[in-house]
Design a protein around this ligand. Structure first.
Ligand code: LLP
Length: 446
């Protein structure tokens, strides 16, 4: 059984998270329910930073808010002294709505709109990570019209290809993101930043992929970035003040997933980076990173209530399969469908019983929304509370209203206290933005 963060099994044999009984949480707030182990998130923020501070002199950790952003999360990240990566007007809005300090925010996006770029100036955010030449032109126009300066990082694609699902790889040459280094585009982008009035060249950025279970590609990418820094210095005289190597460190979805811990990861990236900088005779830039999943993934759990249980005959291998249907699925966790993502789970109300049976956990959408195929659990009954682990990143953030399901509530738990930070959607929310023109009203009977 995979127990994460502050999780433990209490005297009643129930799963406990942040000192709160998961069965009690399900009763109090209903299911499906996203539960965030606040102490685990805080510990991850501190440990990630400490790991890099131990082996590199100047670090900045930008939490990648796309992984999971609520006002409470923005508040927590600010309290922990981290910076914030936003990738849309909406993420910027939520961060600012929560009072996140604008100078600690950086804006991403491969097709930023005028509105997004304008908002970046308006809120006086720290800097923008530029993705393409159109954006550079737009930024030049805005800086001129507003008579203001914007700090800029140039996003480069280092051409390294990590081992992960093809939909979450971004560092390879064939990608929609950033400026290619090998064909000279990245260098050209730096030149344009340097020669565009109102733009200030601050540094370079790369992000190679997500859910990476070793440090190899991060190290490779960092070394390619040092070569780019050398070239920039040699050809323009400009120094990189901030080198951002993106996010991407993986988490445990299954017990056999073993990502390096933060210290091992930091050592494996920072030491070769320092050596490369020393060899190149370059001053150490601020080393920035944008972890999302590794800060929140394992700190999140989704609680479901078990409904129908059905055993069906199967031929491969000959026998039966038992489907346990829960009260959520695709709409609160699209990752199994999108990325063939795997998960583990715990029977929250009998966590102390031996997991000696095989079940397949199904959602309740009009799709084959299997959350977990063939997992070991104690004997299951209707009404049980099932906790799916490691749902803190890219679950609530990617939830939908498919089949007109209501998006679940979110609670933060810590030291036996549970705070509702997002309330469950209501049926009224489903029609809040709907307009029914007279000509489309259902026909009245004659
Ligand atoms: N920085 C940039 C520029 C990114 O594109 C991403 C993730 C991150 C940082 C954070 O990466 P992380 O540390 O979380 O791996 N929806 C997918 C993941 C997409 C990742 C997109 N970019 C999933 O559910 O697996």
């Amino acid at each position: 059984m995979l127990l994460l963060g502050t999780q433990q099994v209490n005297a009643q044999g129930h799963l406990e998270i942040g000192g709160c009984d998961a069965v009690e949480l399900a009763r109090q707030f209903g299911t499906p329910l996203y539960v965030v182990d606040e102490a685990a998130v805080r510990e991850n923020c501190r440990a990630y930073r400490a790991a890099f501070d131990a082996c590199y002199p100047r670090n900045r950790i930008y939490y990648a808010s796309k992984a999971f952003l609520t006002c409470a999360m923005a508040g927590l990240i600010a309290q922990e002294g981290l910076f914030l990566d936003v990738a849309s007007l909406g993420e910027l809005y939520v961060a600012r709505h929560a009072g996140f300090p604008p100078d600690r925010i950086a804006l991403h996006g491969n097709n930023k709109s005028w509105q997004e770029l304008d908002a970046a100036f308006e809120h006086r955010i720290g800097h923008i990570i530029v993705d393409n030449f159109l954006e550079l032109e737009m930024l030049g126009v805005l800086a001129r019209n507003r008579k203001e300066t914007m700090e800029v990082l140039v996003r480069a694609t280092p051409g390294v290809d990590p081992q992960t699902h093809h939909l979450i790889r971004t560092g390879q040459a064939d990608t929609k993101f950033g400026f290619n280094i090998a064909d000279g585009s990245a260098m050209e982008a730096v030149r344009r930043v340097l020669t565009t009035p109102g733009l200030r060249f601050r540094g370079i950025h790369c992000h190679i992929g997500s859910q990476l279970l070793d440090a190899d590609t991060h190290r490779e990418a960092a070394l390619v970035m040092v070569e780019l820094m050398q070239k920039i210095h040699a050809e323009t005289g400009a120094l990189v003040e901030e080198l951002n190597i993106g996010g991407g460190l993986g988490v445990r979805y299954l017990p056999e997933h073993q990502p390096p811990d933060f210290r091992a990861f930091a050592g494996a990236v920072a030491r070769p980076l320092r050596k490369a900088l020393d060899d190149a005779g370059l001053p150490y830039p601020i080393l920035s990173q944008e972890p999302g999943r590794s800060l929140v993934g394992e700190a999140g759990v989704t609680l479901y209530t078990v409904g129908a249980i059905k055993t069906v005959p199967i031929t491969e291998p000959p026998g039966t399969r038992t489907y346990v249907a829960v009260d959520g699925g695709l709409s609160d966790n699209p990752r199994p469908q999108m990325y063939q993502a795997v998960y583990s789970c715990v029977l929250a109300n009998r966590a102390n019983q031996p997991a000696d049976r095989i079940y397949t956990i199904a959602g309740k959408h009009c799709e084959t929304d299997i959350l977990i195929r063939d997992t070991m659990l104690p004997e299951m009954h209707t009404g049980d509370v099932l906790a799916v682990q490691t749902t803190g990143a890219y679950n609530q953030a990617m939830a939908s209203n498919y089949n007109r399901f209501l998006r679940p509530a979110v609670v933060f738990v810590m030291n036996g206290r549970a705070d509702l930070v997002v309330s469950r959607e209501t049926l009224d929310d489903l029609v809040r933005h709907e307009i029914l023109p007279d000509r489309l009203r259902p026909l009245q009977s004659a």
